[in-house]
Design a protein around this ligand. Structure first.
Ligand code: GLN
Length: 493
């Protein structure tokens, strides 16, 4: 029998339902896996042994009375450490929040607890989710389970690596410019960013509020949908929460892609794309066509300048959102003679280099005299991109591209060159600018045995179409590879 730590959420749910496994067994399996892999991978900032144990016992107790709160009841999940969790340290992998214990649960966490999920712990991220490799964490990097010399991607690298390594059955992350999809691609798991507004941001520590969106990282497309369904839906505590009904995507998992119009994005190919990534993308497109999809190449000229717009708007919002970390209200305080000195010292010591860089860039972009040339211009690009996308979605049902131009790169390869790091988000950022849904599905390995992710993008609220195509991609790819580290750990299981 397969190790319980390697099950999908769906299969684990069946085992729970038949009594073949208990929530405590599932938790034991992922904790055991963590004990074998954490020293090397460092997926977690905090493992909540006591809280998780209690939640698993409560779930088993419910089940012994033939009660269940749904598909996540008793399932061990991991959460990126930028979700507020009541009483449990929430750091955003920043020194400035060290010791901060939120007095409340974020809406997503509250919904997961209501659904009986077992929250194993909080996963590592780039500080305040700014980065693409998880190397910007104040607590040290996470490593990629497929090759510990490589990064797991970021910023939700801890969540992606935990799902790939088996120290959680699935996880949640946040995606501002690609932080769910890119690490999912680099770690060989599924990562889904929903339409902006479908999942409440209440209690997600704000990075760039007009882009931030919460979503799942999972081992299958169906699991990703299950996690999304568990947390999606209107929340009066988030002013940007979508008040309508959440699109129903479950039935489309089985319908195939016959006559679905698929557009391959011309701008997301060419220079900077690894040949293995391009080949895997083209191969999947050919397979989709053979399965009945109508494929065409489409051009979205503003995709080529989306990255520049993002790196003005996101830092601008950072400069406002991170102003709250002043040494008075949260986490770290470094004392000084005056209040100003205390705040300046706290911020100088508490923020790492990337957070500092973004605050400075954003403050500059918003300053009088530069506002229109930088921030204003970037917002115009954003509007142009939204219009281009709306037009293209008149002609095609979904867009496809690589999820990342490269597979996992080596630790340290891009840390000295912020621009090179920013360029890794080139495929994922357009969907954030437009607030549209997008998903990455693993489709193969490169010659070094590293996973390749395929991205499907849909129109706003087009989750049904998105999952329809994603499910077919998953069936065609039959990606059933496993990281070697698990084979090694397997000897000790
Ligand atoms: N890597 C991008 C950035 O650094 C995206 C991060 C994210 O999506 N949180 O801003």
């Amino acid at each position: 029998m397969a190790d319980l730590a390697d099950l999908t959420v769906a299969t684990a749910g069946e085992r729970l339902a038949t009594g073949e496994a208990s929530a405590a067994d599932l938790l034991d399996a992922v904790i055991r896996r963590a004990s074998l892999t954490e020293a090397e991978l460092h997926c977690y900032v905090t493992i909540d042994h006591d809280g998780a144990r209690r939640a698993a016992e409560e779930s088993d107790h419910r089940r012994s009375r033939s009660e269940s709160r749904g598909p996540l009841d008793g399932i061990p999940l991991a959460l990126k450490d930028n979700f507020c969790t009541r009483g449990l340290e929430t750091t955003c992998s920043s020194q400035i929040l060290s010791g901060y214990r939120p007095p409340y649960d974020s809406t997503v966490v509250a919904r997961l607890r209501d659904g009986g999920a077992v929250i194993v712990g909080k996963t590592n991220l780039d500080e305040f989710a700014m980065g693409s490799s998880t190397e910007n964490s104040a607590f040290g990097p996470t490593r990629n389970p497929w090759n510990p010399e490589r990064v797991p991607g970021g910023s939700s690298g801890g969540s992606a690596a935990a799902v790939a390594a088996g120290s959680a059955l699935a996880a949640f992350g946040s995606d501002t410019g690609g932080s769910i999809r890119q690490p999912a691609a680099l770690c060989g798991v599924v990562g889904f960013k929903p339409t902006y507004g479908l999942v409440s941001r209440f209690g997600l520590v704000a990075f760039s509020s007009s882009f931030d969106q919460i979503g799942p990282l999972a081992r299958s497309v169906a699991d990703a949908l299950t996690l999304f369904e568990a947390v999606a839906g209107h929340d009066p505590l988030d002013a940007t929460s979508y008040p309508g009904t959440v699109p129903e995507a479950r039935p489309s998992l089985e319908t195939g892609v016959k006559d679905v119009r698929i557009g391959l994005v011309r701008e997301l190919s060419g220079e900077g794309y690894e040949p293995a990534v391009t080949a895997a993308t083209n191969d999947m497109v050919a397979q989709l066509e053979a399965s009945g999809a109508i494929v065409s190449e489409v051009s979205l000229p503003s995709f080529a300048i989306a990255l520049s717009a993002y790196y003005l708007i996101a830092p601008a919002e950072v400069s406002a959102n991170l102003a709250r970390f002043d040494g008075v209200r949260y986490g770290l305080r470094v004392t000084g003679e005056t209040v100003e000195e205390m705040m300046a010292r706290t911020r100088a010591e508490g923020f790492g280099p990337e957070a500092t860089r973004r605050i400075l860039l954003g403050t500059y972009a918003l300053s009088a005299g530069y506002y229109d040339a930088f921030y204003g211009q970037a917002q115009r690009v954003r509007t142009k991109l939204i219009n281009e996308l709306a037009n293209v979605f008149e002609q095609v049902d979904v867009l496809v591209s690589p999820a990342s131009p490269t597979t996992a790169f080596e630790l340290g390869a891009k840390t000295q060159d912020p621009l090179a790091m920013y360029l890794t988000d080139v495929c994922t950022i357009p969907a954030n600018l437009a607030g549209t849904p997008a998903i990455s599905i693993p489709v193969g390995l490169d010659a070094d045995g590293l996973p390749i992710g395929f991205q499907v993008m849909g129109p706003a609220l087009g989750e049904a179409r998105l999952f329809q195509v994603a499910a077919e991609v998953e069936r065609l790819a039959t990606f059933d590879h496993r990281p070697e580290i698990l084979a090694a750990a397997g000897d000790r299981l």
